[in-house]
Design a protein around this ligand. Structure first.
Ligand code: ZN
Ligand code: ZN
Length: 254
């Protein structure tokens, strides 16, 4: 298998590098309760130009840095209709947006195959609130205006490796039952009762690599982890998992 390296920026913000290029998932580094977006933080941490960007859902701790990132990188964001409508309302050009459908399979730059599975957000039953039309930009000035919208999990196939990303501690059994991957990058932040059983019953993975379990309302220079991985290791005996350090490149084990 070809070498793939990953850099974690906290929350579910991930960058992958491989022999043919690079891509990101949910890039967001502003991390503030008061301000949705801090340009200085984006310029400090996100300096690369990924071939494309995937977005799991449109919440404030995943999407708000994108207008700035897309302006700097001129790449394409693959995201829900809700996320694309938020971006349009903020003036992001159409050439930088691609609205995903559930189940869509994409051949993306760098020989990367991506399947966009219907997923679920933690704590939300059924269809979450989203934007099927352009929201008023005024409503996007507060965190609550960044509605969840459609939630995706991404299976990424690259150089013989299968990487599955769930950005929040839930999944859609109907679309995801039986999925197999080498690396499950899984949002486990404050997961609720029943989630360990849901994971075990539906997904097969060699390694679980936790995401989103950092204290994400503090800036990256005050980064620290919460105890969600310890909880998960107690709830899933024999859990095969490892942590990746924040803001450092790590090669995925063969
Ligand atoms: Zn969320
Ligand atoms: Zn989140």
């Amino acid at each position: 298998m070809d070498s793939v390296s990953v850099k974690w920026y906290g929350i579910n913000s991930l960058e992958f590098r491989h022999v043919n290029g690079s891509f990101m998932i949910d890039p967001y580094v502003s991390r503030s309760r008061e301000k949705l977006y801090i340009p200085g933080e984006v310029d400090k941490y996100i300096t690369s130009k990924p071939d494309f960007i995937l977005m799991t859902h449109a919440h404030w701790d995943h999407l708000p840095d994108l207008p700035h990132i897309l302006k700097n990188s001129d790449t394409v964001l693959y995201a829900s209709t809700t996320a694309c409508n938020i971006m349009r309302a903020l003036g992001v050009p159409e050439k930088n947006l691609y609205a995903l459908s559930y189940g869509e399979i994409l051949d993306l730059p760098g020989n990367v195959k991506v399947t966009a599975y219907e997923s679920r957000h933690m704590g939300i039953e059924g269809e979450p609130e989203g934007y099927s039309t352009l929201p008023d930009p005024e409503t996007l000035k507060t965190h609550s205006g960044w509605r969840c919208g459609e939630t995706f999990a991404f299976m990424i196939e690259i150089g013989g490796k299968k990487i599955l990303n769930c950005g929040t501690a839930n999944l859609c059994e109907k679309s995801m039952r039986g999925l197999e991957c080498d690396y499950l990058f899984c949002g486990i932040s404050r997961y609720k009762a029943g989630f360990p059983e849901l994971l075990t019953a539906n997904l097969h993975y060699r390694y679980l690599i936790p995401t989103h379990h950092d204290e994400f309302t503090l800036p990256l220079d005050q980064f620290y982890l919460r105890n969600d991985l310890q909880r998960l290791a107690e709830d899933i005996p024999g859990l095969q998992s490892f942590e990746i350090p924040v803001l450092q490149w790590t090669e995925l084990p063969q």
